[in-house]
Every structure is written in C-alpha cells, then in structure tokens.
Design a protein. Structure first.
Length: 232
C-alpha cells in the first residue's frame, strides 16, 4: 500500500534513482494554499507507478520529485540519490531552521498567531516534542492512556486560556516539525494538554486534562515566551 512506503524507499524517474527519507520526521509543506511546495510542484506527471503519481519540484539546484502518497497530507518528497547525503546533512543542521511559538486558544477560538523565537534550542524542542509524544492521548491504545492518566491534572477550561505550540520550519520553507502538541502556562508551570473534555464525557463540565512538563524543560520554554511575547 502507498501509505506504508518505507522512509528509505527509492523510485527511478527518467533514468535517475531518487530516494526519500532525507527530511527525517519533518512534514512536507505541499498541501495547503500558499505552501511553497504547492507553488513549486509541477503539474506534469513524470511517472505513474501503480497509482502513485510523481511530479518534479521546481527548486533550482535540487533534483526533487513529489508524490501525494504517504500518511501525511503533504505527501512524500524524493531527491536524486546522488544528492541524498548532502541534503540529509542540511536537514539535520539546526541552523537551517526558523523557530516559532504558535499562540492559540484552548477554551474558545482565538486568532492564531506565530511568534518567531530565533534563539530556541533545537535539542530542547526535540525533547519537548518527545515528552509530548510519550504523554499524548491515544484513543487506540487504552493501556498507554490509562498509564498516562495516573499523572493527569484536571483544570477547568476557563483557567487554561491560551495555548502554545512550538515548532520549526526549514529556511526554504519546504518542511516543518509537528505542531500537534498544545501547551499552556498555569500557576507557574508549563502543562501539556492531554485531553480537552468539552463536557460530553463529564456531565457537561468543560475541563482540560493536562500533564506537568518537567521544570527544567518547562522553565526554558516559559523563559522564551517572556523573551518573545505575543504582540498586544
């Protein structure tokens, strides 16, 4: 199946071997209007391989093709095998990214706003994402969810006001890290949103189930928010 393409899969396009996996666990930005990938991917199909349509990407100096397969909405990107190592080195270098905090609402809809955070430590961002992955709500893994629930703090939705999502985008704009984990600050602590109960499962009481981020990590990101506050 197309959705199970391995990260190191290759495909031959017009005599050139192309390989994916160079961007690790980043998400290709080829889906939404305005994404550079959506703008630069060509319309002509250069290969139709059992339902997978491949199109070239107009990115000078880069021999890339794109297919709308894979589990992510942005599809899968392949580069020429001869460029793979150099391109992979680029996407593991933290200096080739811009870093952001996306401010969102938790209790009610609020306008989202991205605030640049140019001094964010990439390793700490990876650590925060790892914490989020480890403690994320998974409706398909009851054992995992039950274990995480032992550390859950329940707070009324009304005190959870503004949420934050920390992420990075590659300098040329083709790839981003996940924005799926939401955090907020309460009582001097950074908390991870585990589950937002809008009242359907709790007698109409709207509350947020959350997990406390370790102080060392939480203090770092709260410090960044003080250094780069959301504009009024």
């Amino acid at each position: 199946m197309a959705d199970s393409i391995p990260a190191d899969a290759t495909v031959t396009i017009e005599g050139t071997s192309c390989r994916t996996g160079f961007y690790g666990d980043l998400y290709p930005l080829f889906d939404s209007v305005g994404d550079i990938g959506a703008i630069t991917v060509q319309k002509t199909v250069v290969l139709d391989d059992q339902g997978r349509e491949f199109r070239r990407v107009s990115y000078p100096g880069h021999d890339w093709v794109h297919s709308r397969t894979r589990i992510y909405s942005g599809g899968t990107v392949y580069c020429a095998e001869s460029q793979w190592s150099q391109t992979r080195d680029y996407y593991v270098d933290p200096s080739n990214f811009e870093y952001y905090c996306r401010h969102t609402g938790i209790g009610s809809f609020k306008r989202e706003e991205d605030v640049p955070m140019p001094v964010m430590d990439s390793l700490k961002l990876d650590e925060l994402r790892g914490f989020g992955n480890k403690h994320a709500y998974n409706p398909f893994d009851q054992k995992h969810s039950d274990e995480v629930m032992k550390s859950v703090i329940r707070l009324p939705e009304s005190v959870c006001g503004e949420g934050m999502r920390f992420y990075k985008v590659s300098l040329e704009g083709y790839f981003t890290s996940t924005k799926e984990h939401s955090f907020f600050v309460h009582d001097g602590k950074l908390l991870l949103v585990f589950y937002h109960d809008v009242g359907s499962e709790n007698s109409g009481i709207r509350e947020v189930l959350c997990i406390e981020v370790p102080d060392r990590l939480g203090d770092y990101f709260m410090g960044l928010m003080q250094q780069y506050p959301r504009p009024d």
